[in-house]
Ligand binder design. Structure first.
Ligand code: PEP
Ligand code: MG
Length: 536
């Protein structure tokens, strides 16, 4: 038994046989051609055929994995028909009197180098798309068509890298997992794998001939295990059974309302930190997204995510969730969530320092970029915005002024948006105590019990040494929650909880008694919570 570590881009456990994905030979030879016009016509014909193939793939992906994932093939069509791309190929054929295959390969190399040199990770990932489209055109020019070769029923497809067009063409009934040596969690392949709901690993380095060998993909730990021993198989199979039990629970409760026996309804939404988490939210039948921690789009990057990147992320979440509510929390950077390019000064007391909305109000340029992206994405679903770490009515008024400025700017730019529901997080004692005043300013409250506990009890939530003192059941915290619910309802706005306490089954009854309207929890908590509420 050998183990190779990588990173999981979608979890689950799969057992099967390795099928090494061998791509067509894509080496291209440079040939001198006499008839330049004929060479150009060959290229034009190949593009036509590629577009035909891509349109077919689009239709196939549409029925199998849905609109947002199928969109990549539309993007490939645009790339294949791109004027600059065509011009570059033509120039090379003309200036060097060379064959179309060679001209396409050179053009692809130039584009790939250009995309890869960009700072923006999204654009970097596009290098793969140009390569994919170009290889398709080259394969057509060479008279070869891409083929997925497979034998056996439970295949773990292992490749250097997989292009979306390759993954989507595979027979889903046979493929149980994807493993690649390269690739990023941003790539479409990763997104497709998640949508196809099979475990996928990237960055797996192995140093043996693994083709045809029995293997296990552990998408929880990111491990590829070759020729597993019996004990490992038993352990992982039992892990998989637990997963299957959870899914059975899901099947039974899916589609049922979260209503107590005496008819009180509670919305149960999901907390997410990435677009891909919508898969798990939907799998667990979330009524919506109650907290999208948008700062995760900023973390782990080298520079600020652009408006376009953010727009795409928010739009994808909104689309994935259909008409269900999606509450995007604006940037909550600072304290334990640091991104070096913000260049925040070192603070003695970061949890009580410049963080979240305080940063947004001091650096409106950053804030406005995010608000523009969210408002533009609002057209694609049912988006709400909420603001973290609020302590005063003045802050809310300042935010509203900035929102109005952003809307005016969008109108001036001719960019459409919807007027979205706006709410605030109640996670400081100050905001809980003046929640009667704040309720008059917003459409909803969402109580962030993680910070509310930290600030109410004066206990740093990051400090392991204080774990015994950190008591979110403290009556002071519960009284504040009850007070917020009452003040919210007195002003006819809904009140939810999105801190970890929302998933605490020991408190569910208490929250229902208080009249809490919504509980937003990590996706795996949704169904157990639903079960409890329905039995109440
Ligand atoms: C909270 O404070 O309860 C909350 C939901 O926000 P975060 O945990 O992201 O600070
Ligand atoms: Mg918080």
């Amino acid at each position: 038994m050998r183990k190779y570590e990588g990173s999981a881009v979608f979890n689950g456990i799969a057992i099967g046989r390795i099928s090494l994905y061998k791509k067509n030979d894509s080496t291209v030879k440079r040939r001198h051609v006499a008839d330049i016009l004929e060479e150009k016509a060959r290229f034009e014909n190949a593009v036509k055929k590629a577009v035909e193939q891509l349109n077919n793939l689009y239709e196939k992906a549409l029925t199998e994995v849905g609109e947002s994932s199928a969109g990549i093939f539309e993007a490939h069509v645009l790339m294949a028909e791109d004027e600059d791309y065509r011009e570059s190929v033509f120039n090379i054929i003309e200036n060097q009197s060379v064959n179309a295959e060679y001209a396409v390969a050179c053009t692809a190399d130039n584009y790939v180098a250009m995309f890869e040199s960009m700072d923006d990770n999204y654009m970097k990932a596009r290098a793969m798309d140009v390569k994919d489209v170009s290889n398709r055109i080259i394969a057509i020019l060479k008279g070869k068509t891409e083929r997925y070769q497979s034998e056996g029923d439970e295949l773990i497809v292992v490749a250097e890298d997989l292009a979306p067009s390759e993954t989507v063409q595979m027979d889903k009934s046979k493929v149980v997992a994807f493993v690649t040596r390269y690739g990023s969690s941003n790539s479409h392949t990763a997104i497709l794998a998640r949508t196809m709901n099979i475990p996928a690993l990237i960055k797996v380095e192995y140093n043996e001939d693994i083709d045809g060998k029995e293997a296990i993909v552990d998408g929880y730990t990111g491990t590829l295990i070759i020729e597993p021993d019996e004990e490992t198989k038993t352990i992982l199979l039992s892990k998989r059974h637990k997963e299957e039990d959870r899914r059975k629970l899901l099947q039974e409760l899916k589609g049922l309302p979260n209503v107590t026996k005496d008819g009180r309804k509670v919305e149960i939404y999901a907390n997410i930190g990435a677009v891909s988490d919508t898969v798990s939210a939907l799998e667990n039948d979330a009524g919506g997204i109650g907290l999208f921690r948008s700062e995760f789009l900023y973390l782990g990057e080298n520079t600020f995510p652009t408006e376009e990147q953010q727009f795409n992320a928010y739009k994808s979440v909104a689309e994935a969730m259909g008409g269900r509510k999606v509450i995007i929390r604006t940037l909550d950077i600072g304290a334990d969530k640091q991104a070096h390019y913000f260049e925040l000064a070192k603070e003695e007391n970061p949890a009580m320092g410049l963080r979240a909305t305080r940063i947004c109000l001091t650096r409106p340029d950053i804030f406005k970029t995010q608000l523009r992206a969210i408002l533009r994405a609002s057209l694609f679903g049912n988006i709400s915005i909420m603001f973290p770490m609020i302590i005063s009515v003045e802050e809310v008024k300042k935010i509203k002024t900035i929102m109005e400025e952003v809307k005016a700017e969008l109108r001036a730019d001719g960019l459409p948006y919807k007027d979205v529901e706006t709410g605030i997080m109640i996670e400081t004692p100050a905001s809980a105590i003046i929640s009667d005043k704040l309720a008059a300013e917003v459409d909803f409250f969402s109580i962030g019990t993680n910070d509310l506990t930290q600030y109410t009890l004066a206990i740093d939530r990051q400090n392991e040494a204080l774990a015994d003192f950190y008591d979110p059941h403290h009556p002071a915290v519960l009284r504040l929650i009850e007070m917020v619910v009452k003040n919210g309802h007195d002003h006819n706005i809904w009140v939810g909880i999105c801190g970890e306490l929302a998933a605490d089954l020991d408190l569910t009854k208490e929250f229902v008694r208080m009249g809490v309207d919504e509980l937003s929890v990590a996706p795996p908590h949704i169904l157990p919570l639903r079960q409890l509420i329905r039995n109440m």
